[in-house]
Design a protein around this ligand. Structure first.
Ligand code: MTE
Length: 309
């Protein structure tokens, strides 16, 4: 993002059995991904594993989903390389199992949760979301996940908690060095993190999340530019002060804390008024809050969104 310019950018009810089978498949798939992690890229042939019957969400868009191949080969995941094709070619650099996610900081019940236990916290939902990248492209992605609020509420936030910091996995021996200050970090205000649209994703297209999309668990915040949705999370930390994200550290004038999709506030180097939906020829108008204004505009009542970009 930093080193590119715009012109460079080319079932409603789930049964316990379904849930159980979905988890078994997740564990089996995670195992085969771990094995794949020990092989050279050309040998990686982990078959995608379905996550079972998923609860449909009223928050899903009816727009057509972007093709699976584009969703899984046109990625930003700088730890695995800075070109769009790098993350899917370098999946052997991240082993998504075993994996634990910590919820910590200003909570009364901090815990480390194994990924298979995270799947038991709530029924897995399919959420088909529009995603808009700050670079000017967009996709529609059928995520699978649970609301982040489920995990945060169980940890029992303390009264002084006002923000949430997200920390991605980083292994210097296998991942990109330089470019950003690692590990990749992001932040949300606590009310944004508790918003029902904010998802912890563990899959897409009904299957276990591919490494390049942030396996085994990532954040998805559909009304913000894509970089807010941190991948391969290891820690979710409730804090008092507004965290500084990796992109804000790298270029504070370009990437602010809020980073709400806003066609009226340009990036300093290019307009944000339009976007190219991957797979479509002509550009479309970018919508305020990426089309989620009805659900989220009230979070920002009274705020000057040019100043708090
Ligand atoms: N998370 C980590 N850890 N590292 C990254 O480089 N890139 C961000 C975000 N999350 C990134 C990350 C950016 S810029 C975007 S647009 C989205 O992931 C891309 O997600 P996708 O590849 O699943 O579409």
């Amino acid at each position: 993002m930093l080193i590119r310019t715009a012109s460079d950018i080319p079932s409603s009810e789930i049964t316990p059995e379904d849930l159980y089978q979905g988890r078994r498949r997740f564990i089996a798939q995670a195992g085969s991904l771990a094995l794949a992690g020990t092989l050279a890229p050309a040998q990686v042939r982990a078959a995608p594993a379905p996550l079972g019957v998923l609860t449909k969400s009223p928050y899903s868009t009816n727009e057509a989903s972007t093709h699976y191949k584009a969703v899984t080969t046109y990625n930003n995941f700088y730890e695995l390389g800075t070109d769009k094709a790098d993350p899917s070619a370098n999946t052997h650099r991240l082993k998504p199992t075993p994996w634990t996610l910590r919820i910590e900081g200003l909570v009364n019940k901090p815990r480390s949760i194994a990924i298979e236990d995270l799947l038991k916290l709530a029924p897995l939902e399919e959420r088909i979301y529009r995603m808009r990248c700050v670079e000017g492209w967009s996709m529609v992605i059928p995520w699978v996940g649970i609301p982040l609020s489920t995990l945060i509420r169980q940890a029992d936030p303390q009264g002084s908690a006002r923000f949430v910091e997200f920390v991605s996995h980083y292994d210097r021996s296998t991942m990109t060095r330089g470019v950003l200050e690692w590990p990749y970090t992001e932040g949300l205000r606590l009310d944004e993190a508790l918003h029902p649209l904010t998802l912890l994703a563990v899959g897409l297209y009904g299957e276990v999340l591919p490494v390049q999309n942030g396996a085994p668990v990532r954040l998805v915040v559909p009304w913000k530019y894509g970089f807010k949705s941190a991948k391969s999370l290891v820690s979710i930390r409730l804090v008092e002060r507004q965290p500084v994200s990796a992109w804000t550290k790298a270029a504070p004038a370009e990437y602010g804390f809020f980073s709400n999709v806003n066609p009226e506030v340009d990036h300093p180097r290019w307009s944000q008024a339009t976007e190219r939906r991957i797979g479509e020829f002509s550009k479309r108008r970018t919508l305020m809050f990426n089309g989620y204004a009805d659900q989220v505009a009230s979070l920002y009542t009274g705020m000057d969104l040019r100043r708090f970009y």
